[in-house]
Ligand binder design. Structure first.
Ligand code: NAD
Length: 499
């Protein structure tokens, strides 16, 4: 049995708590490794060495930190396939999808190469007589990230790349369901020249998370995961005086206007609704055709496409639409939602519940499911399913479609498909959701924009990656200087006048 180590002070470290969790191969249902679950003393030791290492790193010039990111990008490209294979084996997603997971994180590392520019302060010459004023952005110290299972490469990199480029030390508590890739990433950061102790990977569950939330030396916490845990982490972290940003679950709508290109809309729904088995926070889980005719045309084209989705283990080649769900629990939860949808009166146009993958009968596979005539009061509409299940909610007109998306408690992503410029512009202006696609189903912002949901999809006032991350992981100090030419006889030195 493979034992996955923590990564502390530049070395692989065995767990000592005596508690472990099983890591499964979702395609076969077999336990393929064990991951240690850290206790408080293991966590404290990691934080202590991070704190020591951060002092010199925070004082290092930003070009030096940027050069580590530059080399890291090269190493990610070198090891792309190896990382993707490991990721697929623990998560279940296809290898091309896993490469996308690494690639999206790599792009954040690329953005962080700009740290010397992004960390520049401001300067005012002559703010008063003989007085100049300037601001500097300084690292916070030791910061932490708690990340979900569904992007085990990209989301850790969203967090640790900017944090480290800003001069912080970083404690990563990745998901215990697919923990190998985060350790591989930390090793690559060491190989890229990152001094020991600046990126620590500490595996664990609630005990480790609580340890981070309560530790006085953790200055900031970035969390990504489900909304109930996001809220918990936000509340407890803030109560402890930390800077906290938490990103949660989603229910992303795609409005299909009568003038939309229906083939394009159906293609988009296949990728966005079923890719990665729907285990994406930016997946489309609700399609809203506007008008009966649009709905009928949509169902006519979409139904056979969902029936013919290709499902396979990651080892079967690159052309599958999606693989298994991550765990047995996830499989049961998704099945439970489909049963509930049927009970609540939605029309199950495509039923994937009985799908069995030949030769992989113990894997966590489920077929694509398509519901029609879903209404606002149903659990399959209100809650995040996180599986390959798309709900069609029919709207009479544009305002009803807009209102549906606006009144949902989640606000991560949304899309509209239309050829009408005025409708698209009106939609983008009025919608109360953080990431908006116009004829783009998964509007994931590139690394140089910020990524973040609204409403119950995001807690905290700054978003992830892009310029916001450089604000989140630094604090600004403002310095007022009076030069000898500004010191007048008898002037009060400590309170410079600005006249
Ligand atoms: P999760 O909430 O179960 O776990 C996230 C992290 O929290 C993990 O590291 C886990 O170990 C930890 N955790 C779990 N239970 C905890 C508890 N009781 N106390 C403290 N920590 C706990 O989420 P998941 O299933 O790994 O990921 C899927 C969820 O993440 C979905 O809801 C998805 O929408 C969301 N997600 C959101 C974004 C975004 O940017 N908004 C991105 C990706 C995923």
């Amino acid at each position: 049995m493979r034992n996955i180590p923590h990564y502390i002070n530049g070395a692989r470290v065995e767990g000592t708590s005596g508690r472990t969790a099983d890591v499964f191969n979702p395609a076969t249902g077999e336990v393929q490794a064990q991951v240690p679950l850290a206790n408080a003393s293991e966590l404290n030791a990691a934080i202590e060495s991070a704190k020591k290492a951060q002092v010199a790193w925070g004082a290092a010039n930003p070009q030096k930190r940027a050069r580590v990111m530059m080399k890291f990008v090269d190493l990610l490209n070198r090891d792309m396939h190896k990382l993707a294979e490991m990721l697929s084996s623990e998560h279940g997603k296809t290898v091309p999808d896993a490469k996308g997971d690494v690639q999206r994180g790599l792009e954040v590392a690329e953005f962080c190469i700009g740290a010397p520019h992004l960390l520049k302060g401001e300067f005012t010459e002559g703010a008063g007589p003989g007085i100049d004023m300037h601001s500097v952005k300084q690292p916070l110290g030791v910061v932490a990230g708690i990340t979900p299972f569904n992007f085990p490469a990209m989301i850790p990199m969203w967090k640790f790349c900017p944090a480290i480029a800003c001069g912080n030390a970083f404690i990563l508590k990745p998901s215990e369901r697919d923990p190998s890739v985060p350790v591989m990433l930390a090793e690559l950061m060491s190989e890229a020249g990152l001094p020991d102790g600046l990126l620590q990977v500490v595996h664990g569950d609630k005990e480790a998370v609580d340890g981070l939330l309560d530790h006085e030396d953790i200055m900031a916490i970035g969390f990504v995961g489900s909304t109930p845990i996001a809220e918990y982490v936000y509340t407890r972290g803030c109560a402890n005086g930390k800077r906290v940003q938490c990103f949660g679950g989603a229910k992303n709508h795609m409005i299909i206007m009568p003038d939309a290109d229906m083939d394009q809309a159906v293609d988009a729904l296949i990728g966005a609704g079923y890719g990665a088995a729907g285990e994406r926070c930016m997946a489309i889980s609700v399609a809203v055709p506007v008008g009966e005719d649009t709905a009928n045309r949509l169902m006519e084209k979409l139904t056979p496409r969902v029936e013919n989705l290709k499902i396979a283990p990651y080892t079967a080649g690159d052309d599958a639409d999606f693989g298994p769900l991550v765990t047995k629990e996830a499989h049961e939860r998704v099945k439970g939602y489909i049963d509930a949808g049927v009970k609540e009166g939605a029309t199950l146009a495509v039923d994937g519940r009985e799908f069995k993958m030949q030769g992989y009968e113990n894997g966590y596979f489920i077929g694509g499911c398509l519901f029609d005539n879903v209404t606002k009061d149903m659990s399959i509409y209100k809650e995040e399913i996180f599986g390959p299940v798309l709900s069609v909610v029919r709207a009479q007109d544009y305002e009803e479609g807009l209102d549906l998306a606006m009144s949902h408690e989640y606000g991560n992503g949304v899309a509209i498909f239309t050829r009408d410029g005025d409708t698209a512009r009106d939609f983008a202006a009025r919608i109360n959701i953080g990431m908006v696609g116009i004829n783009v189903p998964i509007p994931v912002p590139l690394a140089y924009y910020t990524f973040g949901g609204w409403k119950r999809s995001g807690f905290g006032d700054l978003n992830q990656h892009g310029p916001d991350a450089f604000k989140f992981y630094t604090r600004t100090k403002t310095i007022t200087s009076r030069w000898p030419s500004g010191i007048k006889e008898g002037a009060e030195f400590s309170i410079p006048t600005m006249d």
